[in-house]
Design a protein around this ligand. Structure first.
Ligand code: CP
Ligand code: NVA
Length: 299
């Protein structure tokens, strides 16, 4: 029997597997890998894009998604994370989980007889990175050699994207204030994935000649108590029209969403001609379908 594969971070795939997943994502009607089967989608945090893209991806693969709020199952309160994973695996061919603490998805994956997919943790958001890389490939014909500038926090979204970009041969630069940049463990992991984590304080330098300018909220879910200091630290990191003017002439703007217009990006950039945010959001579904088709085939 093949051992079960999980996706807790993009580098759970090899670079070759990532390329295969992205190819599969471009196939609108792959073989129905989930025909007659279920997928449990467990959410400790709110979601619009991830829940809907995953549910529709499961449907498109012939399966039946069952979304569950964290409170319904009471992770580590009513029952341990491990027993929840073991239980859900009795009924479902795969489990997705959006959690506060990354160690929860690790604990679930450690015991689950079916694939576990991280649908966002405090550490990583691999499904977002897959959709983002698909968007870059659609826009530029290739990912390799593109320069992606992330102006914002060293968070789940930027970390997964930096790893995925490195695996796909893109340049990645992070620009944010001191104290909110990648740490040495992040840099080691990005390097191990084949990338190089360039970090610059100055956003103008970071976006110079970039093909992709990306941002995310300054205060992620679960960090609300840090809002006052983060709002102050990031005040000069808004992606506005002037900053976009330093990027390559054909540069696109991406944001994982949800956005706080007027904070991390202006309305003019978020909804402007260089923005690809709705294509990016739709690609979450195509990437989820490609990933699940691959994961179910590989496990
Ligand atoms: N980008 C993203 O994951 O959106 P949701 O939080 O709405 O799922
Ligand atoms: N960094 C954000 C991403 C939301 C999709 C958060 O974790 O809240």
């Amino acid at each position: 029997m093949t051992s079960v594969r999980h996706l807790l971070e993009v580098d759970d795939l090899t670079a070759e597997e990532l390329a295969t997943v992205l190819e599969l994502s471009a196939d609108p009607s792959p073989s129905p890998a989930l025909q007659g089967k279920g997928m449990a989608l467990l959410f400790e945090k709110p979601s619009a894009r991830t829940r809907h893209s995953m549910e529709m991806a499961v449907v498109q693969l012939g399966g039946h998604p069952v979304s569950i709020a964290g409170g319904e199952v009471g992770i580590d309160q009513r029952e341990s994370a491990e027993d929840i994973a073991r239980t859900l695996a009795c009924f479902h061919a795969a489990i997705g989980a959006r959690v506060f603490d990354h160690s929860l998805v690790e604990r679930m994956a450690a015991v689950s007889p079916v694939p576990v997919v991280n649908m966002l943790s405090d550490q990583a958001h691999p499904l977002q990175a897959l959709g983002d890389l698909l968007t870059v490939a659609q826009e530029f014909g290739q990912i390799s050699g593109r320069r992606i500038a992330f102006v914002g926090d060293a968070n789940n979204v930027s970390r997964s994207l930096a790893i995925g970009a490195g695996m796909a041969g893109a340049e990645f630069v992070l620009s944010g204030p001191a104290g909110y940049q990648f740490d040495s463990a992040d840099i080691d992991r990005i390097s191990a994935a084949g990338g190089k984590a360039e970090i610059v304080d100055d956003p103008v330098r970071a976006v110079s000649d970039a093909h992709v300018v990306y941002t995310d909220v300054w205060v992620s879910m679960g960090e609300e108590d840090q809002a006052p200091e983060k709002m102050e630290a990031f005040a000069s990191y808004t992606v506005d029209e002037a900053l976009m003017g330093h990027a390559a002439p054909d540069a696109i703007f991406l944001h994982c969403l949800p956005a706080r217009p007027g904070l991390e990006s202006t309305d003019g950039v978020l909804y402007g001609p260089q923005s690809r945010i709705w294509q990016q959001a739709e690609n979450r579904m195509h990437a989820a379908r490609g990933l699940l088709a691959w994961l179910l085939g590989a496990s």
